[in-house]
Every structure is written in structure tokens, then in C-alpha cells.
Design a protein around this ligand. Structure first.
Ligand code: 5GP
Length: 143
């Protein structure tokens, strides 16, 4: 079945245009990273290329180098910022896979021995907690 076209009004496109707020931790010419509002664990960060695509399946391959360079930077930063034992990196494509926002993004989640992930798109986190976690990650990133 053909997939739907990219919707320029998806929530991450609005965040990229600055039309809705986010707790940003990183930005360069090709990529931004901000806190997930329904974190699956403390420090759950989303890394988002600025180039429009629904997901990995329709993305221009030139997107991936800059995107995964930042995924690695953020993974190292969240590991340091939260004293994590490991880092989960996840990415979903189309509804059958669990994708809910249709602009390519990569989840970066600090992990701790024997602590399971919370459910995907579970409860909303308090803005002040997200702000504090974003500050820790920015510090670890050196910005
Ligand atoms: P997906 O299911 O598409 O892989 O992940 C979308 C993610 O975006 C979910 O983890 C969800 O919690 C998060 N999310 C949904 N709406 C917003 C929002 O308005 N702002 C932020 N920062 N994250 C969101």
C-alpha cells in the first residue's frame, strides 16, 4: 500500500518552525534535538533532521550522516548527564511499527540496569522536569 505524503503540519514540523515550544538541547544546520514530552525514561530525547520526510523509508539518504552524528553526540551526553548504564536508540516507520508523529526522528533514551522502559507515548512529564533534564543534557553537550 502506498504511504501517505509528508504533512507539513505535523507536530515536529511545527516545532522546527518554532510554532510550538520544545525543550531544545541541540541545534545545527541540519538537525535539532529536544525532550520527548511523554518520556519512556528520564532524559528521553528526540533527534530530528530538519529535512522533511515521514520517516526513514522516504528520507533522502544524505539525511542519515548528519542525523546519526547527532544521535551519537546526544547518546553520549544523556549517558553522562544521567549516569546511565546504557542507551536505547529507537526509530519507527509507519503506524504498524508504532510511529505516531510523521516526521523522521530517532529516540535516544538513557537506560539503567534492571529498569524497564515506560510505555511508548504514556504520560506527559511536567514541564519543569523536562526543563531540568534538558539543562543537564545541554551541560553534558557543552552548550
Ligand atoms: P513515534 O511514536 O512517532 O516514534 O514518536 C513520537 C514521539 O513524540 C513520542 O515518543 C511522543 O511522546 C512524542 N511527542 C508527541 N507529541 C509531542 C510534542 O508535542 N512535543 C514533544 N517534544 N514530543 C512529542
Amino acid at each position: 500500500m502506498a504511504e501517505a505524503a509528508y504533512d507539513t503540519d505535523n507536530i515536529f514540523a511545527k516545532i522546527l518552525r518554532g510554532e510550538i515550544p520544545s525543550h531544545r538541547v541541540y541545534e545545527d544546520e541540519a538537525v535539532i534535538a529536544f525532550m520527548d514530552v511523554m518520556p519512556q525514561g528520564p532524559g528521553h530525547t528526540l533527534v530530528v533532521p530538519k529535512a522533511p520526510s515521514r520517516n526513514l523509508l522516504d528520507a533522502d539518504p544524505s539525511t542519515f550522516g548528519p542525523l546519526f552524528t547527532v544521535v551519537q553526540k546526544v547518546a553520549l551526553a544523556v549517558k553522562e548527564a544521567f549516569g546511565a548504564d546504557g542507551v536505547t536508540v529507537m526509530q519507527f516507520n509507519e503506524p504498524a511499527s508504532g510511529q505516531t508523529v510523521y516526521h523522521l526522528h530517532v529516540h535516544v533514551i538513557p537506560r539503567f540496569d534492571d529498569i524497564p522502559l515506560k510505555p511508548h507515548t504514556g504520560g506527559m512529564e511536567k514541564p519543569e522536569i523536562l526543563a531540568g533534564n534538558a539543562e543537564k543534557i545541554r551541560t553534558a553537550l557543552g552548550n
